[in-house]
Design a protein. Structure first.
Length: 218
């Protein structure tokens, strides 16, 4: 995983935990980065516990289905069941999709935690601090960009996750400028799809597109 992708994931958690970034310094940011890593890994652990229950339900369903299948009901009680075809119901497909999604998030969380913990690789922490410092310095300008292009929306009533994703991306686009424009926008859309509502990616994409045009970014 790229350090900057990991940094964006943690920055999103960092932003969600801060009521006021203006009064924080570099050392505060580092402390919150550590707490963000812990939040990410703890959430993944909770997700795994939750999905484990679903896996157990699926296992019990399959065992019961096998036992009650006509082929096994016809067999003597003392012999073991034989495997039987099982229909893939939409409910089971949904649970499998959920399992795959949580497994992916958990692997990502472990990668981020590992990258953040390696002293010789400080790229993740440094990039998060760059984003946080840029937002601390330019918060008003960044929020003004969001207000300007979120027609009909009060910035204080926007979904907080969407607002934080936009803040991070605009920080990178206008002030950090260490990553290609397309990468910044694509990563923002991925965060929106992963963590926010069904309509968030389209909303975020629209705002960032206008920011790019307004500021003549290339």
């Amino acid at each position: 995983m790229q350090a900057r992708r990991a940094a964006r994931e943690l920055a999103l958690i960092l932003f969600s935990q801060m009521d006021s970034i203006q009064n924080l310094n570099k050392w505060d940011f580092q402390d919150i980065v550590l707490k963000s890593v812990r939040t990410l890994t703890n959430n993944s652990a909770d997700d795994l516990k939750s999905i484990a229950a679903s896996i157990l339900e699926m296992k019990e369903f399959i065992e019961e289905y096998e036992s009650n299948h006509p082929k096994n009901l016809e067999r003597p009680i003392e012999v073991s069941n034989i495997p039987v075809p099982i229909p893939m119901t939409s409910d089971m497909q949904g649970k499998l999709d959920e399992l795959l999604n949580i497994a992916e998030k958990t692997m990502l969380a472990l990668e981020i935690a590992e990258m953040s913990a390696l002293e010789e690789n400080s790229d993740v922490k440094e990039y998060i601090i760059k984003i946080a410092d840029a937002f601390k310095t330019h918060k008003d300008e960044i929020d003004e960009q969001i207000k300007k292009f979120a027609f009909g929306w009060d910035i204080n009533r926007l979904v907080k996750m969407d607002k934080d994703i936009l803040r991070i991306a605009i920080c990178e686009l206008l002030y950090v400028k260490d990553a290609p424009l397309k990468v910044i926008i694509d990563e923002a859309l991925e965060l929106a799809k992963k963590y926010s509502t069904d309509d968030s990616a389209s909303f975020v994409n629209g705002i960032l597109g206008k920011v790019v045009i307004e500021n003549n970014l290339k």
